[in-house]
Design a protein. Structure first.
Length: 153
């Protein structure tokens, strides 16, 4: 598995990966509610992925020419997404992507990373040392509560 910076030509495959990951792996969060799932997926378009790749620290995990996962962080250390292909779950893909984003944050001189976790991923992030950030709000896209976490680097 190789972790690398995403390129514009990764947008279409990354979009499919994100949409599959949310639909297939995040049942705990959307509970099969088609309206909620539709809102969550509404901004997961090839155009948006292309913009996110260009505007953020967007990484992909690749093996044998196929994307296994993708993750992104803004310049302030907020991890804005981290998704894995369903067939690559529990292979260390997300862990490797988060480690690479944290290394990038350190190179940028940042003291911490922050993120909004799904309920599905909450145990994963806590195992990586992320703790509650003592703030909460409703996510505008889905209308669900955010689990805001942070980790000192």
């Amino acid at each position: 598995m190789i972790i690398r910076r995403a390129a514009a030509e990764d947008a279409a495959e990354a979009c499919i990966l994100l949409r599959r990951s949310i639909a297939e792996l995040c049942q705990l969060d959307h509970g099969g509610d088609e309206a909620l799932l539709g809102r969550w997926l509404s901004n997961k378009t090839v155009e948006n992925l292309g913009r996110w790749i260009a505007e953020s620290h967007f990484l992909v995990a690749e093996e044998d020419g196929r994307l296994l996962g993708c993750a992104a962080m803004n310049g302030d250390g907020k991890i804005t997404l981290n998704y894995v292909a369903p067939e690559a779950r529990f292979r260390g893909v997300s862990k490797a992507l988060v480690a690479a984003l944290e290394a990038t944050a350190k190179k940028l001189g940042l003291a911490e990373c922050r993120l909004e976790s799904t309920q599905t991923a909450l145990p994963f992030y806590r195992r990586l040392g992320y703790v509650d950030a003592e703030e909460s709000y409703i996510l505008p896209l889905t209308g669900t509560p955010a689990s805001v976490l942070r980790k000192r680097l």
